[in-house]
Design a binder for this molecule. Structure first.
Ligand SMILES: *[C@@H]1O[C@H](CO)[C@@H](O)[C@H](O)[C@H]1NC(C)=O
Ligand SMILES: *[C@@H]1O[C@H](CO)[C@@H](O)[C@H](O)[C@H]1NC(C)=O
Ligand SMILES: *[C@@H]1O[C@H](CO)[C@@H](O)[C@H](O)[C@H]1NC(C)=O
Ligand SMILES: *[C@@H]1O[C@H](CO)[C@@H](O)[C@H](O)[C@H]1NC(C)=O
Ligand SMILES: *[C@@H]1O[C@H](CO)[C@@H](O)[C@H](O)[C@H]1NC(C)=O
Ligand SMILES: *[C@@H]1O[C@H](CO)[C@@H](O)[C@H](O)[C@H]1NC(C)=O
Ligand SMILES: *[C@@H]1O[C@H](CO)[C@@H](O)[C@H](O)[C@H]1NC(C)=O
Length: 760
């Protein structure tokens, strides 16, 4: 009987793996490995996934900051606490299987294997052991608290490729394959590294830990380091090698799926540092109207407030925000967005209330100052504290709690009526110096002495931005009555930083303050596809680069137009930045002291020039209008991409290895060495190949057309040049294509009408 059952199980097992149509239920609820004071829990989690938690002397509480959805959206596991049916002693051995993933503990060492269709198992990685190596699970404790630092090491091979790890957006990192790199897990401007990566061996690993640290991708060993934690917590999942969509589907099922953006987010977004007052904004809208240029969103950037932390408009410059928004809407149809920073200065109307209620992040010593910007010291609202999250989005109930004033209620009511999306400067505690004469030196990253409600900067700092997104999310959901299960958004926030799983919010990430240079334009592609390979497709950038665009030069104007062409083929098409103009300088101390024409004594003089489409000369304006029009034509396609993203986590901006590493060995090989010709091209959805021009004065562009996979060839799909309709067959070759300023190199697969209608 027993023997029969086993045979039956094995047979079913092989059958299920073979058909892959139904799911192999986990054959264990979990393994607990007790090794002296160390304990390791290994449990099934999501489809083909396993979660591992390791702690010292005590069990995980379950209250550690986490980006895992528990229970997951799909697959087994979840709400299981520390359930396990296998107890292993030191040097014990056991295995558990969930779907096609097997976790095998052999003499206390953990390995992950994939169950193949033919019944064999493939080793993916295991804890790294060697005679003289540090133990694979290595901890450092200082015994003043229950936390520790840890280094977890896993085997790798020199030819393995790793993708993802979030965003390293400026300015020299042109890598898609991270093998050989050290990735610093710390937030700062443009640097949104995420502890999640995919391997070309067919697995994804995610460290569910918002601690600072690093990942080392060395030849034989991949090592994750956390500076401070109470539990080492990671998730592992597998798919067939090259099936990155499956890895994304499984990963987003445990960390969240992007709700679909509202339509107005998919058009042209106009932002600039910055519009100072209502009349500027209204003039802008009028000009869009008169020029008959479509615009869907207009952003009012920072210092529209009186004091940092007011989270409202300065009535002197924006006396009637609701009226302004209504006029903008009437003239252009555009919605409005406003910048809100999480920094609070002591003159802010909210400061005392936040301070008295302990809702500001603090520091290990001193008064809790975390930043210095534009002449004032500021503190951070502690979005890791639920009470602070509520306060940020104060509702009637919170008014009573905090005894707030009617005036504030009015502010918020106004703000919320007009401002659905919010642009958040939220990479966490930092100190930086701008042209403001402060004596603090420039340290533009999160300082280790910051202390949040949920823990220290070292242990939890990387999730600050994510929790700030959550504050905005919860507040807007509460206000609009949209429940948390909604799969589409009525609003979006724009965020400068995030953490793994940030894709669950009605929010999109941009690459922060980039430099206006051709090489940075190309670099943004590798950033973008690395972010999307980390589960976050709602991504964009500053078209034209944030800093240093000189529109007085032909090259500066050309760069802007090239960048604009690329911006059409991104999830969001958003212009932002300030434009250098060397004829003038200006001094800006606070928002209300703006003196165009005054040359500042230090630094590069610059003036905030107009940045909208008509600012780059008549010829370029014609081209930009053409690109804006194309974007509006593509909206149905982009909507379809977001629908697929919502349903299955299918990535929008796609590195070439996603779709072609099976069919085209050159793609796999070129990705391995980060060949610029390959990593600077990408697929925008499954049908469009984009190869932006990244050098001045180009008239031609060398483009690689990947060899199409069999099923696409069977459908008789070919690469067709978007502009000339010239066909190039099934790919597998370089071609030279004309690349006029108004014709960004783009190739499509299938029928163009279908693409434009979003039906494919
Ligand atoms: C679960 O399945 C794996 C792989 O087939 C096997 O090695 C292991 O012994 C099974 N474990 C249990 C508890 O049945
Ligand atoms: C089973 O399939 C795997 C993956 O395709 C392959 O690597 C392995 O060689 C196959 N084993 C046998 C015995 O056919
Ligand atoms: C708005 O700001 C611009 C630029 O500083 C200025 O020229 C203009 O006078 C301001 N308008 C009002 C009504 O304040
Ligand atoms: C939103 O509403 C829920 C349920 O009432 C509450 O728990 C939560 O704190 C609110 N969040 C915010 C940010 O207002
Ligand atoms: C402007 O946008 C609308 C949709 O909002 C579209 O129908 C129209 O074709 C667009 N016009 C141009 C010139 O792009
Ligand atoms: C681009 O062309 C302009 C005008 O012919 C020339 O002045 C400039 O040096 C060229 N730039 C590069 C990088 O070749
Ligand atoms: C494209 O043109 C460049 C410059 O003339 C040349 O070096 C390259 O070989 C050409 N590539 C192809 C595929 O023809």
């Amino acid at each position: 009987m027993f023997g029969n059952t086993l045979t039956l199980l094995a047979a079913t097992d092989a059958l299920l793996a073979a058909t892959n149509s139904s799911y192999f239920r986990p054959n264990s609820t979990g393994i607990k490995l007790q090794n002296g004071f160390e304990r390791v829990y290994i449990q099934p989690f999501g489809n083909h996934g396993i979660r591992v938690r390791a702690s010292l002397s005590r069990d995980p509480t379950g209250n550690e900051p986490s980006a895992l959805l528990d229970p997951p959206l799909e697959g087994p596991g979840g709400n299981e606490g520390l359930t396990h049916d296998i107890n292993l002693p030191f040097q014990g051995s056991a295995s558990l299987r969930n779907g096609n993933l097997i976790a095998q503990v052999s003499l206390g060492v953990l390995s992950f294997l994939r169950a193949e269709r033919n019944g064999s198992n493939t080793l993916l990685t295991s804890e790294y052991i060697d005679a003289k190596a540090l133990p694979a699970r290595y901890y450092v404790q200082d015994f003043r608290s229950s936390s520790f630092a840890a280094r977890f090491a896993f085997t790798s091979t020199p030819d393995e490729q790793f993708y993802g790890t979030g965003q390293q957006a400026c300015c020299k990192d042109h890598s898609v394959n991270k093998k050989g790199q050290v990735v610093d897990l710390i937030n700062y401007n443009s640097h949104v590294t995420l502890p999640v990566y995919m391997s070309n061996k067919g697995y994804l690993q995610f460290f569910n830990m918002p601690s600072q640290g690093r990942i080392e991708f060395s030849p034989l060993r991949t090592r994750f380091e956390t500076d401070e934690a109470t539990v080492v917590d990671y998730y592992f999942t597998t798919a067939e090698p090259g099936d990155y969509d499956a890895l994304q589907e499984q990963y987003t099922a445990v960390t969240g799926r992007q709700p679909a953006p509202p339509d107005f987010m998919l058009g042209y977004q106009q932002s600039k540092l910055r519009y100072y007052n209502e009349s500027q904004v209204l003039n802008l809208a009028r000009r869009f109207h008169d020029e008959k240029v479509n615009v869907s969103l207009i952003v009012i950037d920072f210092f529209a407030w009186k004091f940092q932390g007011d989270w409202s408009f300065d009535p002197q410059f924006f006396p009637d925000p609701a009226g302004m928004a209504a006029t903008v809407k009437r003239l252009t149809g555009a919605e409005m967005m406003v910048s809100l920073w999480p920094s609070v200065e002591d003159l802010s109307v909210n400061y005392l209330m936040l301070q008295e209620n302990g809702l500001l992040a603090t520091t290990r010593d001193g008064p809790g100052v975390q930043d210095s910007f534009k002449g004032v010291y500021t503190r951070l609202v502690d979005s890791t504290n639920p009470a602070a999250r509520e306060f940020i989005f104060i509702s009637r109930r919170e008014y009573t709690t905090f005894g707030s004033t009617k005036q504030m209620a009015a502010h918020w009511a106004n703000l919320l009526r007009i401002v659905r999306p919010i642009n958040v400067m939220n990479f966490g505690a930092s100190v930086h110096l701008f042209l403001d004469g402060q004596t603090i030196s420039s340290i533009p990253y999160a300082r280790s002495f910051a202390q949040y409600f949920i823990g220290t900067q070292e242990a939890t700092g990387k999730i600050y931005p994510w929790l700030h997104q959550q504050a905005i999310e919860e507040g807007l959901r509460n206000l609009t009555g949209v429940d948390t299960k909604a799969t589409s958004c009525q609003y979006m926030s724009l965020t400068r930083s995030t953490f793994a799983g940030g894709q669950r919010f009605c929010s999109y990430l941009w690459s922060g303050d980039t430099d206006s240079r051709f090489d940075v334009l190309l670099q943004q592609i590798t950033s973008g596809v690395s972010v999307t390979a980390s589960g976050i497709s709602a991504w964009t950038l500053d078209i034209g680069g944030f800093a240093g665009l000189d529109i007085d030069t032909a090259e500066g104007r050309e760069l802007f137009v090239r960048w604009f062409g690329m911006g059409v083929f991104l999830p969001f098409t958003r212009v932002h930045g300030y434009v250098a103009n060397f004829r003038f300088g200006f001094v800006e101390i606070r928002h209300n002291i703006i003196e165009p024409g005054v040359v500042i004594s230090q630094g590069t003089p610059f003036l905030l020039m107009p940045i909208p489409p008509w600012s780059y000369g008549e010829e370029n304006f014609i081209i930009i209008k053409k690109y804006i029009e194309l974007r509006y034509q593509l909206v149905p396609y982009v909507k379809k991409l977001f629908e697929m993203l919502q349903k299955t986590g299918k990535t929008i901006m796609r590195p070439l290895y996603f779709d072609f590493s099976h069919s085209d060995p050159f793609i796999a090989e070129a990705t391995g060495v980060n060949n610029p010709l390959i990593v600077h091209q990408y697929m925008f959805g499954p049908r469009l190949l984009v190869a932006p021009v990244g050098e001045p004065n180009a008239t031609m562009k060398e483009v690689y057309l990947p060899r199409l996979p069999g099923p696409l060839v069977a459908q008789k799909l070919t690469w067709t040049h978007w502009w000339s309709e010239k066909e190039f067959g099934a790919g597998g070759k370089f071609i030279n294509i004309s690349a006029h300023l108004d014709e960004i190199p783009v190739f499509y697969l299938g029928n163009k009408e279908d693409i434009l209608q979003g039906s494919f």
